[in-house]
Each structure stands twice: as C-alpha cells, then as structure tokens.
Write a protein that binds this ligand. Structure first.
Ligand code: KG4
Ligand code: ZN
Length: 342
C-alpha cells in the first residue's frame, strides 16, 4: 500500500510517500518521495524553536511540499494518509492534523494518527538493505530513543510488542546538548554544533558527573549535568582561569554518552537482549553511534541505527509507524497531544 505521511511535530515540515508491503511478517518499505523543509534559519536568531513561528511556517510549507509530492497530474494515489498527533508542540501538530484531514476528505482516503516516538523507533527499518526485523533471533532487543524531547529505554519482545523500562526524569539528552551548546555560545540547533566543537577537545579534561549511572533503574537525568557545566564555566570565569571550550564540549558529550551506554548495556545484560536499536536526533552523533556499534560488536549483539538523514524528524518514519498501527488496528485519536508517550 502507498502511505502519504505528514510530520509537523516541531520545526521540520515533512511529507513522504512510501510504498509499504509484506505485512507484519515481512514488512518492507520503499521510499517513493521524501521531503523535509527545515526551519533552522527562522528559529536561529531566537536560540530555539518559537512555536507560533513554527506553526506559521508549517502552514506555508505544507501545500508547497504536497504539490511536489503529489502534483495535480500525478498518477500516484495514496491508499492511506498518516499524520503525527504527538508528542510535540500542539499548535504545530494541529496544523498538520487539520491539513491531513482536509486532504483525506478531498481524495477520499482513510487517515491515521501516528505517535512521533513510534516513528523514531521504527526509523531503523528505512535502510536500503534491511535485515528482516521480524527474525525471532534478533529479540529480545533494547531500544534507546534519544531526541530533543525524549530519552526512553524500551524492551522489545519483537518488532511491535514493547515495554518502557525507563526514561529521563528531567531534560532529554538532546535538550541537554542544546542547553549546554547555548552556554558555550553555539548557534541553534546546538547538538550538531557541540559535536563539531568537541572534535578538537579532550573528553577527559573535565570530570563532569555521570548522573544516575550507579542507580539500579533505567531512568536518566541530564539537568544536573547541564548545571555542572554552567558552574564550571562560571567558576573558571570568576577565577580568571584559561578555559577550553572544545575540552568542555568533549567532556560534556562524553558524560552523556557514558550514561546512555552504561544504562543501555545494563538492560541488555538484565534481559539477555540479542540486539540494540538506537534512534532519534541524538543518534545522529557520530561518537554515540561508534561507541554503541563497537560495544555491540564486542558483545556479539546486532546493532541497528537509522541512516543519518532519518535520525532527525522526517515523515518517512511516520509512514512506517502508520503501517504498523494500520496492520494492528491501533488508533490514536486525531487530536494534538504534547504528552503522548508509550
Ligand atoms: O528527533 P529530533 O529531530 O526531534 C525531536 O523529536 O526532539 O531531535 C532533535 C535533537 C536536538 O536536541 C538536537 O540538538 C539533537 O537532536 N541532535 C544532536 C545531533 N544532531 C541532532 N545531538 C547531538 N549530536 C548530534 N550530532
Ligand atoms: Zn523527533
């Protein structure tokens, strides 16, 4: 079936057209069209996403993207329309939902609501040469979703049955990257900029804390780490001491990665997992990917991560999650929700 998917949960307007086949036994996805209109330049002067500006941009971009995906003379006809209903910024989500509702009525096709986090989780299947992720020997698996709004650890019994093991109690990993980037005077979005700065720094230079590393749960907390960076910078300034921004960035990044790695691999041991799956914007981080990949290899685990372009928000992943929801008969109400989780 062809799925036309719409994603407007934050500051990317995205529409995709995906051909999904194989059902729950052997799902396969072919990307027919995939467009993302980034709003980075618009929000950059404000140092973060301004919800009403984002909403206005979505309103402007959606019809333009749709025309490119489904031109008036197009013979491509979707069988299903999918739209993200949350979690995300409510004004932005509503824009996508209302646009999808109008389109569904116009072309007389069913419309399905999608959980953005399921989208991230399933972004790993959008690989040109996918492994069959329904293979039993790949499970149980541990999935780590690390985005700007969420840090969640899941136990996957198979590709569609999963249970949340833990999540962040305050800032998400991506949010911590963005806030620390701001302390370091880096432009928005901070995560990729901080990663670049860290390349020339020493990750052992500053002994920042590893929050909750030794607690026997699967929760995370990153707001204390951000505060530790703030105090470190302030104290250096007050003392008039020389400060290395690359060292600070590299040490912070290492602290986040150490905690994410330790908790994920602890869950792997506790549940005898066979695979690790990482996804979300922070999974774009090269050091994080390399650390997980190396450790997975050492422990003889299968490792899955999305292609780099599918780590951050996109609508292709929304279509994948929609296909699974459609097959399972799972229905999210067509209402914007800032707080849906698992
Ligand atoms: O998944 P995503 O696009 O949006 C949400 O659903 O939140 O994630 C965006 C987050 C931002 O916080 C951004 O700074 C972070 O992902 N991010 C990174 C990198 N690329 C994006 N964080 C660290 N290193 C990166 N290379
Ligand atoms: Zn996202």
């Amino acid at each position: 079936m062809k799925i036309l998917s719409i994603e407007t949960s934050c500051d990317e307007t995205a529409i995709s057209l995906i051909e999904a086949t194989g059902g729950l036994k052997n799902p396969r996805f072919k990307i027919l069209k995939n467009l993302v209109a980034s709003q980075i330049k618009i929000h950059q002067p404000f140092g973060g996403v301004v919800p009403n500006l984002a909403k206005r941009e979505h309103e402007k971009n959606l019809p333009i993207l749709l025309k490119k995906i489904l031109p008036d003379n197009s013979r491509l006809n979707p069988d299903l329309i999918a739209v993200t209903v949350g979690p995300g910024l409510e004004p932005c989500l509503w824009t996508g939902i209302e646009f999808a509702e109008t389109l569904a009525k116009k072309i007389k096709k069913p419309l399905i609501g999608v959980n953005h986090l399921e989208g991230h989780l399933y972004s790993i299947v959008l690989n040109p040469k996918p492994k069959n992720l329904t293979t039993k020997s790949l499970f149980p698996a541990i999935a780590l979703i690390v985005s700007g709004g969420h840090t969640i650890l899941l136990l996957m019994k198979d590709l569609i049955h999963f249970k949340k093991l833990g999540e962040t109690r305050d800032d998400a990993a991506g949010e911590a990257f963005d806030k620390v980037a701001r302390l370091l005077d880096l432009p928005y979005p901070g995560g990729p900029e901080l990663e670049k700065l860290a390349l020339s720094g020493n990750p052992k230079a500053v002994p920042f804390p590893r929050p909750m590393l030794n607690q026997k749960n699967y929760d995370f907390s990153f707001s204390g780490l951000k505060t530790a960076v703030l105090y470190y910078l302030r104290n250096k300034k007050i003392a008039g001491e020389k400060l290395s921004l690359p060292d600070t960035a590299a040490s912070f990044q290492q602290a986040v990665i150490d905690v994410l790695t330790a908790k994920t691999f602890r869950a792997v041991s506790a549940f005898n997992a066979q695979s690790i799956m990482i996804s979300g914007g922070v999974a774009n981080n090269t050091l994080l990917r390399q650390t997980f990949q190396k450790k997975s290899k050492e422990k003889n685990l299968n490792f899955f991560a999305p292609l780099l372009k599918f780590t951050t928000d996109n609508a292709a992943m929304t279509a994948v999650a929609a296909y699974f929801s459609h097959l399972k008969g799972k229905k999210y109400p067509l209402k914007a929700r800032s707080d849906i989780n698992f």
